[in-house]
Write a protein that binds this ligand. Structure first.
Ligand SMILES: NC(=O)c1ccc[n+]([C@@H]2O[C@H](COP(=O)([O-])OP(=O)(O)OC[C@H]3O[C@@H](n4cnc5c(N)ncnc54)[C@H](O)[C@@H]3O)[C@@H](O)[C@H]2O)c1
Length: 257
């Protein structure tokens, strides 16, 4: 029970096959009460609230679009007023888009940047402001991606958005350190979640074989394996870790480069 007495907020956490859901479960198993955020998937979110309750922890479902500043501020106010000021904030919500560079549309660019960059900024700034106002230390963890280090064709927009998260995390780590707030990001490789259902690299059996051949551990990650890495960073074990990028990729990056 490394997180007993802690309050956590996880964005993009409702979907059954999602990373966020497993972050919630791992944090709750370690004793944290949890706010489950997502833009939709209410049925799945309410099921997760019940699962967290069965672990003996409190959970609330808060539907909000992280790209909307007012909605994010309202979510933090509600969190503080119910479970308490969140000690742990996981900015995990994200969307992907696959388009050849020459065909990238304004709509795709805006949608990805709105959620992945503006959303991550809204959530992390709201978290830091609330923690500092309360005089409390805290942990912020973004879900970025191996694409921070590994360019993939058709993923310019997604890669750019995740590289922006890296820059945000690095600078926030410096500026928030004096307040006792650590800021890190985890980089999943291939995780079997909804986001990859549309990936052109995973449509046929041959595609899957070719992608697996790039991963030294020879398999995609279970979302829970990302949840466990996040738990490590926000637990006491991560006390002296800030500004770090922790890949959870089965060796994808070292295998490819
Ligand atoms: N699956 C992978 O292989 C992989 C690899 C690297 C990084 N990631 C990152 O992991 C994170 C989680 O993705 P996932 O793989 O679990 O996919 P997912 O699609 O299951 O989860 C993403 C969640 O974010 C939610 N979301 C989207 N827009 C939102 C918004 N505006 N406000 C609030 N929530 C919103 C979605 O509803 C969904 O539940 C994302 O940031 C993604 O970019 C995933």
């Amino acid at each position: 029970m490394r997180l007993a007495g802690k309050v956590a907020l996880v964005t993009g956490a409702a979907r059954r096959r999602g990373i966020g859901r497993e972050i919630v479960t791992c944090l709750a198993e370690e004793g944290a009460d949890v706010v489950i955020n997502d833009v939709g998937a209410e049925d799945e979110a309410l099921e997760l609230v019940e699962q967290v309750g069965a672990l003996g922890r409190r959970a609330i479902w808060h539907q909000a679009d992280v790209s909307e500043r007012d909605a994010v501020d309202e979510m933090f106010r509600r969190t503080a007023g119910t479970l308490g000021v969140p000690d742990i904030v996981c900015s995990n919500a994200g969307v992907a888009s696959w388009q050849p560079f020459l065909d990238i549309t304004d709509d795709a660019w805006r949608q990805v940047v709105d959620v992945n960059v503006i959303g991550a900024f809204n959530v992390s700034q709201a978290a830091a402001r609330m923690l500092i106002a309360a005089g409390r230390p805290g942990r912020i963890v973004f879900t970025s991606s191996v694409h921070v280090q590994m360019p993939f064709a058709q993923m310019a927009v997604y890669g750019a958005s995740k590289s922006a998260i890296r820059a945000l995390a690095d600078v926030a780590a410096i500026e928030l350190a004096p307040h006792g707030i650590t800021v890190n990001h985890v980089g999943p490789g291939w995780v079997k979640s909804h986001i990859n259902d549309a990936s052109p690299a995973l449509q046929t059996e041959d595609d899957v074989r070719n992608t697996l051949a790039l991963i030294p551990l020879g398999r995609p990650a279970d979302p829970r394996e990302v949840g466990r890495a996040v738990t490590f960073l926000v637990s006491e074990d991560g006390d002296y870790i800030t500004g770090e990028f922790l890949r959870v990729d089965g060796g994808f990056v070292v295998g490819k480069h």
